[in-house]
Design a binder for this molecule. Structure first.
Ligand code: TXA
Ligand code: MG
Length: 356
């Protein structure tokens, strides 16, 4: 077992991290979205060890991180459409799929002919990329299938004994992974929604599609545009169920469901908006932030999902957001955490014979 150190980002620890990366080792680092698990993107062995450390299936490609657009030329073709997007959103939480060049090892792209490129804005990520001077392949720094880590504590929980160094940069700002946009298709397509929304993209480049599987499971035989969509993802160990409907009905339904689960001997709780914390106080409520502020919900979601594991919850009922703007990214992750299990509040209310 390797000893894993967690170190605040200082000029010394950044130099050490850069050195480790050059030697083919793995370093976890903060980005504005979630923590990444970095390896030299040009070193196939280093890239393979990322898959091993995460327990990630080899057919799920990685994102390559850069700090300067001058690095792109060696790595990929840059479609014309990329320029206004990079101008508007880089550095920041937008990943662009571009045709790859031969320099990118097959292990990075899982053999696909596109490569996912991202320029993060977090100062620690930028400084690390600049100091090491290499393109860095980095998936989220969680064990495969777990919620992405938004603080170094959760990176340590998953990667302890597997990597030598975690750079600590505090809590991640966005809290959900970057928007992944395919600009090689005839209409640019969001494969994974994130902090850069469809509306924000459309203001810059016109119409953008959203991949069908963003808000539902893949159909049998359907090809995943983004291989990451195939896997059970973002899921805590407990069973999450979404409850939809008018706020009053949802609150009453979640209370009944939670009570019922407890009567069956299960450890149960709810995830709800700040506005409902008081009404749901008997249900061990976990705060998703204000219903008025989807960015706050995005920021908190993975943290709350991780807490549910820490608390060994068996059953969790959650409120939902309208799937617009950042709400689309929230519902994509929450939907997968719940394996898209959804109950309608009015059905629950009549099942339990509740009158409001
Ligand atoms: O915010 C983020 O993007 C974080 C931070 C660390 O930068 N990274 C991240 O990486 O979320 P990861 O590996 O957890 O997710 C990458 C996603 C996966 O769903 C993967 O399938 C997709 O991007 N992807 C990568 N390369 C692709 C490609 N060539 N074609 C289609 N999808 C691709
Ligand atoms: Mg991930």
């Amino acid at each position: 077992m390797i000893k894993t150190r967690v170190s605040p980002a200082t000029p010394e620890s950044l130099l050490e991290a850069a050195q480790l990366l050059k030697e083919g080792q793995l370093v976890a680092f903060p980005t504005e979205t979630v923590y990444g698990l970095g390896a030299n993107a040009l070193d196939p062995d280093a890239v393979l060890s990322v898959f091993a450390a995460k327990g990630r299936p080899a057919d799920n490609p990685l994102i390559v991180h850069i700090w300067d657009t001058a690095q792109l030329d060696d790595l990929c073709e840059v479609p014309r459409l990329a320029h206004p997007l990079m101008e508007a959103f880089w550095p920041g939480p937008l990943t662009l799929l571009m045709p790859r060049k031969e320099t990118i090892p097959d292990a990075v792209t899982a053999g696909l002919d596109t490569v996912a490129m991202r320029m993060p804005s977090h100062p620690v990520a930028r400084e690390l990329l600049r100091v090491c001077g290499l393109p860095i392949a980095a998936p989220s720094a969680n064990r495969s299938g777990k919620p992405s880590p938004t603080s170094s504590k959760y990176v340590y929980q998953d990667m302890q004994g597997r990597i030598p160094l975690i750079l600590d940069g505090g809590d991640c700002d966005v809290g959900l992974e970057s928007t992944v946009l395919d600009i090689t298709s005839s209409v640019p397509t969001i494969l994974r929604p994130g902090g850069i929304t469809k509306g924000m993209l459309e203001k810059v480049i016109g119409p953008v599609n959203v991949a069908g599987s963003v808000l539902r499971p893949l159909k049998a035989g359907e090809k995943a545009l983004s291989p990451g969509m195939r896997y059970r993802h973002y899921a805590p160990k407990g069973e999450v169920t979404l409850v939809e409907g008018e706020p009053d009905q949802v609150v009453a339904a979640m209370r009944a469901l939670c009570t019922d689960a407890r009567e069956h001997g299960l450890k149960a709780c709810v995830m709800c908006f700040s506005e409902h914390m008081d009404e749901l106080h008997s249900c061990d409520p976990h705060d998703l932030g204000s219903i008025q502020d989807p960015r706050a919900t995005a920021h908190r979601l993975f943290y709350v999902l991780r807490q549910l594991d820490d608390e060994e919850m068996d059953v969790i009922y959650s409120e939902v957001l309208p799937p617009d703007g950042v709400g689309l990214a929230v519902m994509n992750r929450l939907g997968r955490a719940a394996s898209f299990r959804t109950l309608k509040a009015p059905d629950v209310i009549s099942r339990y014979g509740i009158t409001l």
